[in-house]
Design a protein around this ligand. Structure first.
Ligand SMILES: Cc1cc2nc3c(=O)[nH]c(=O)nc-3n(C[C@H](O)[C@H](O)[C@H](O)COP(=O)(O)OP(=O)(O)OC[C@H]3O[C@@H](n4cnc5c(N)ncnc54)[C@H](O)[C@@H]3O)c2cc1C
Length: 293
């Protein structure tokens, strides 16, 4: 622990990551660090910079598959206590990176502000959601982002303003490693309309996606103009299993983990689905979830 001397309270060595992901799969991180504030984050980044250890940031782990062997280097998770704040000033909501999307949506609704309803039911945190532009058919978070506070791996923090931000399908142009906070410009609306839309989004999601299973949401991005789920279904792969992993019968773009599932089972199933879909439709499926090795 010489490398992180002085930070022992927030650093764990060989920390198992499975319980920190929604798949509940995968091995340990060499170093797992939970900074409580920006100074601590800067401090550990300065230490890590003296090495060539890779640095990753983990939110709620709902879009990652950690390999069974775990990940080398440093995994940083910004503490929800230190980075999970929420404040509302008129139509502007300021949210910390480690605030859950559920907490964010609830906070906005309580302030009678509309614009975040499309995020209902997405189990991520604000930082990961902004970086990946989380959302769905009702809209995505990028539509309401006003500015984002970020920090690079040298520990420098700065703002990225709306004019200079670009959000696409499950992607953004935020390249600094850490999103620390996001400011979201919302629209005043009635409590009744907001809760009606939230219910609609929730019911749509619950009816079409296996929300109760262990997964990381959609595995593949939708190819332009097509639905990855529909392609996988068309090829007849719903219910296909490899070990403890199976293609969901409810939504073919979800891989769900059963008992005894390993990350390798999921990766092998991903490759099988890709191969079959490519053979039969000549479409290459690009991953939406991230595989950490
Ligand atoms: C049941 C289920 C349903 C889902 N439904 C949807 C959906 O409808 N729409 C959708 O878009 N997604 C969906 N997802 C996927 C996932 O919830 C989203 O992608 C979410 O935004 C990921 O947030 P996270 O905090 O879990 O990020 P993680 O999975 O922890 O990380 C994802 C990526 O973001 C990066 N990251 C995380 N935190 C930060 C930060 N503070 N700063 C910079 N980078 C960061 C990570 O390094 C990684 O690259 C679903 C997942 C599940 C399990």
């Amino acid at each position: 622990m010489k490398l992180f001397k002085g930070f022992e309270e927030i650093v764990e060595k060989d920390k198992p990551l499975a319980s920190l992901t929604t798949f509940r799969l995968g091995g340990p991180a060499d170093y797992f660090i939970v900074p409580q504030n920006e100074d601590q984050l800067r401090g550990v980044l300065e230490r890590a910079a003296q090495t060539d250890l890779p640095i990753r940031v983990l939110g709620n782990g709902s879009n990652v598959l950690v390999s069974d062997e775990g990940v080398r280097g440093v995994v940083i998770q910004l503490s929800p206590k230190g980075f999970g704040g929420l404040s509302v000033t008129e139509d502007l909501v300021r949210a910390g990176a480690s605030l859950s999307l559920a907490g964010l949506v609830r906070g906005a609704a309580e302030a009678h502000l509309s614009g975040l309803e499309p995020l209902v039911g997405i189990p991520g945190w604000v930082g990961g959601a902004v970086r990946m532009n989380a959302g769905g058919k009702f809209g995505d978070i990028g539509q309401v982002v006003e500015r984002v506070k970020v920090m690079d791996t040298k520990g420098q923090s700065f703002y990225r303003e709306r004019d200079d931000l670009a959000f696409g399908y499950r992607t953004s142009n935020i390249s600094a490693r850490f999103v620390l906070e996001a400011e979201l410009r919302l629209t005043a609306d009635s409590e009744r309309r907001i809760s009606h839309l939230m219910k609609e989004v929730w019911i749509t999601k619950k009816n079409s996606q296996p929300m109760a299973n262990r997964s990381a949401g959609c595995v593949f991005k939708n190819p332009r103009g097509l639905s990855a789920g529909a392609l996988i279904d068309q090829v007849g792969l719903k219910g296909t299993r490899v070990g403890g992993a199976s293609v969901s019968r409810k939504h073919a773009n979800y891989i769900v983990a059963g008992k005894e599932c390993t990350a390798k089972d999921v990766r092998d199933l991903i490759e099988l689905v890709r191969k079959k879909v490519h053979e039969r439709t000549e479409t290459f499926l690009e991953l939406e979830l991230e595989v950490w090795t």
